[in-house]
Structure formats: C-alpha cells, structure tokens
Design a protein around this ligand. Structure first.
Ligand SMILES: NC(=O)c1ccc[n+]([C@@H]2O[C@H](COP(=O)([O-])OP(=O)(O)OC[C@H]3O[C@@H](n4cnc5c(N)ncnc54)[C@H](O)[C@@H]3O)[C@@H](O)[C@H]2O)c1
Ligand SMILES: [Fe+2]
Length: 405
C-alpha cells in the first residue's frame, strides 16, 4: 500500500524524508563510491589502480575523442602507472554486436579494469563488456533481473552527460539489433565501483544533448518518486532532482561553459540516478526503450515527449504524489484539488521540454501509427513497467503511444 503524504498545503515537503520505514518494511539503498568536483577526473585513474587494475580498457566514443577528453584521461591513467587500451567503437544506444567487439578488445589486450568515459551509451557498453568478461556468452543472454550472478571486473565511471545516472545505477541498456528493441539488464552486480563526476566534462555537450539528458534526469526523478518501489530514501533524491532540473536546465543550456550551472545539473543527474537505481522507473521508460530501439533516437528526447502523457495516465488513478511534486516546483495548483495539481505538473514538464527544443509528438521523431501495436507489446515486457504506479495493459500502452503520436 502506498504511503504518501497528504497534499503539500497540509504537510511540508520535508516530511518526505521522514521516518524510514513503516513497521515490517525493510528499506534498502545502494550507491557506488562517489567523487564529485571540478577537476576531479584524475581520481578515476587513482581508483582504477586502487581497485587492482594495471591494464584498463578505456571505453569511450568518437564524440569524446573529438572533445579532447580521451587524451586527458589517457594521460591520467599513464601518470598513475597504468597501461590503457582505448576502445571507441560504439554508437549511441549501444548495439549488441558492439558489446561483443568491445569484449574481444578487452580480452586481447589482457585488460583487468574498465574505465568508462562518456554518456549513458558508453557507460552501458562498459557494463556490458564487464558482464561478458565475467561470464562469457552473449550480452542478450543476460536480459532481465539478476541474471548476472558471478563476479565482474571493476567499473570506474566518468560521466560526460547529465544525465542518465548510469554511473550509479544497476541498469545496463543495450539495443537488440535483431528485434529492434532495447533490452534491460538489471541487478546489483552492475552498480559501478566508483563514479568520478567532473562537471567540467559537461561543458562540451552540444545544446541538444544538454536538453535531452536533462529531460532524462527529470524523467528519472519523476518516475522514481511515483514508483511502486519508492521509499523515503529515494523520495528525497527524486524530489531534489526534479526541482533542480526544472530550475536549472534552461540556464545550463544558455551558458554551456558555465561550470557552476553544469555542476548543478551534474548533481541533479546524480540525485535522479540514486533515486531510480533504488526505486526503479515506470511506463515512460518502458515505452521509451521501445522507440529508442526501433529508431535509434536520443533517449532523453523520447522521454521528454512521453513523460507528460504518462504523468496524466498515472495521475488519473492516484494524483497524490504529483501534488508533492507540484508543491516542490512552486506551482499554484499544488494548493488546489490533487488532480489539477497533477495536470499542472504534466503541463510544466511539457513546457520545459518545448522550451529546450524537444518536439511535442512522437510522429515528429518518425514513429508511425503502424508501429504502435508492436511497440506496445514489447513495452509490456520491459523491466521498468513492473514499478509503474498504475498497472499498464496492452490497450493502455497503445493509448499512451497514440496520445503522444
Ligand atoms: N544504464 C542506465 O541506468 C541508463 C539510464 C538512462 C539511459 N541510459 C541509456 O543511455 C543512453 C543515452 O546516453 P546519453 O543520453 O548520455 O548520450 P550518449 O551516451 O548516447 O551520447 C550521445 C552523443 O553525445 C556525445 N557526447 C557525450 N558527452 C559529450 C560531451 N561531454 N561533449 C561532447 N559530446 C558528448 C557522444 O559522443 C554521442 O555522440 C541510451 O542508450 C539510454 O538507453 C542508461
Ligand atoms: Fe533514462
């Protein structure tokens, strides 16, 4: 049974972080070691060494090579006496066969630790390589929950977007190129050993990427807050992430080199990541993974289109948690009826998405009516669907896709 606060005008938002557990309920919370700060990148090299590595595979992608960050991290690794091999042969929304390629390089070079420098795609690829290094087999064999049962090599994360939260999460998302969908591999074994968050690395993000990844963090915050698996520890991070993204995303885009606003967004991404890795996600992600797998589009952009629709769908049966979000965002409707407060949150998300240049409709991204039955069917199998607060049937998933089309 959901334990949720009464509307915000009756109780303050700070109550969300109140008593940890109801009687008879166990609350768990996992997180990697976290280093946060401008110019902290070198810590990743120290960490790789401290974790017992001598030959790191530096997993990255061509965009990060071009941005100049790969050279810098290579120098740090060498400066710590390590012998890195760089592998950058992956694309956004990493593909199953790319993980196989990366694993081959890992084995051929005799690597013993993974350092991921990049966005969610790079970090998920590094996790995928770690899974294969520990178990062999094919990456798609590990789809689902807790299929990674043995030890895997140490994982050091240097996130360059803000963000997917993959640097703190137990998720690994890979594109199944045969089925044209994204699979979710989920389990505590995939929580990285350490994330080194240097907001300086975010300054080279192009505008569209800042917008997309900021909306991804917002979606993580909202979905974690309303998730069936939420708890007071995750609520705190989820709410703070939502408030911070809404308050800062515009500014971080208009001042791309501003390390202060980038730092705030990095913290929002971290908060959102800590929330969702523990509370899991919901229908927006379950639907988004299908569109991302089919059309190879930026994950955060798809989320920005879908989230308002999913909020309205969920609020139709229980608007209460959205009242707390509305209150945190300072929306006037938080003082009124709960369903109006929830709709105001959906509208605020839609407005933010449009203000940062995300299209309003899935149709503008290339989704067609004829895709919907297939997208809806596979969305029901996604691991994120189980924690959506309102049960989603096939007709609901189709209706959600149509509403967003
Ligand atoms: N594992 C998880 O917990 C989790 C959570 C959410 C999303 N994801 C996954 O993450 C992926 C999306 O990751 P993303 O949104 O971070 O983008 P991304 O990693 O796909 O990167 C997109 C592009 O941006 C470039 N880029 C990244 N950082 C840059 C920087 N600082 N400067 C210049 N260019 C830069 C990359 O080179 C790439 O070309 C999707 O596959 C999604 O499914 C994973
Ligand atoms: Fe996401």
């Amino acid at each position: 049974m959901r334990s949720r606060l009464a509307p915000a005008h009756a109780q303050s938002v700070t109550r969300v972080a109140g008593p940890f557990a109801e009687e008879g309920r166990v609350v768990k919370f996992h997180a990697p070691e976290i280093v946060f700060g401008v110019d902290s990148t070198v810590e990743a090299a120290h960490a790789a060494r401290r974790l017992g590595g001598s030959r790191p595979l530096l997993v990255t992608d061509p965009g990060l090579v071009e941005a100049g960050w790969v050279r810098e991290v290579q120098a740090h690794l060498r400066g710590c006496g390590l012998e890195p091999t760089v592998w950058s042969g992956l694309t956004a929304n990493p593909k199953d066969h790319e993980i196989t390629d990366g694993h081959r390089v890992y084995e051929q070079a005799g690597c013993d630790v993974l350092v991921a420098l990049g966005g969610g795609s790079v970090m998920d690829a590094a996790k995928g390589i770690a899974i294969l290094a520990g178990h062999g087999g094919h990456i798609l064999d590990f789809e689902g929950v807790d299929r990674v049962t043995g030890p895997i090599p140490p994982l050091v994360m240097l996130p360059t977007t803000a963000g997917t939260g993959a640097d703190v999460s137990q998720f690994c998302i890979v594109t199944d190129t045969t089925r044209g969908t994204k699979i979710t591999i989920l389990g505590r074994a995939l929580v990285p050993d350490i994330t080194v968050i240097d907001p300086r690395l975010l300054t080279t993000m192009p505008e569209w990427l800042s917008a997309a990844t900021g909306l991804d963090a917002l979606t993580h915050g909202v979905e974690a807050f309303v998730s069936r698996a939420h708890n007071p520890l995750t609520d705190h991070h989820a709410l703070r992430a939502v408030n911070t993204v809404v308050g800062t995303l515009d500014a971080s885009i208009s001042d791309p080199w501003g390390v202060r606003t980038r730092s705030v967004m990095a913290q929002a991404s971290l908060d959102a990541g800590l929330a969702f890795t523990n509370a899991i996600l919901g229908a927006a992600h379950a639907l988004s993974h299908q569109v991302g797998g089919l059309l190879d589009l930026p994950h955060g952009v798809i989320n920005g289109v879908l989230l308002p629709h999913v909020i309205r769908f969920n609020a139709a049966t229980d608007p209460t948690p959205f009242v707390t979000i509305a209150d945190g965002l300072g929306l006037d409707e938080a003082q009124g009826p709960p369903d109006e407060a929830a709709l105001a949150v959906a509208d605020a998300v839609e407005e933010l998405a449009r203000s940062v240049g995300v299209p309003r409709r899935l149709g503008q991204l290339g989704v067609q009516e004829s895709d919907i039955p297939r997208l809806a069917t596979s969305a029901l199998r996604d691991a994120c669907m189980a924690t959506n607060p309102r049960p989603v049937g096939l007709a609901d998933a189709e209706a959600l896709f149509r509403a967003a089309l």
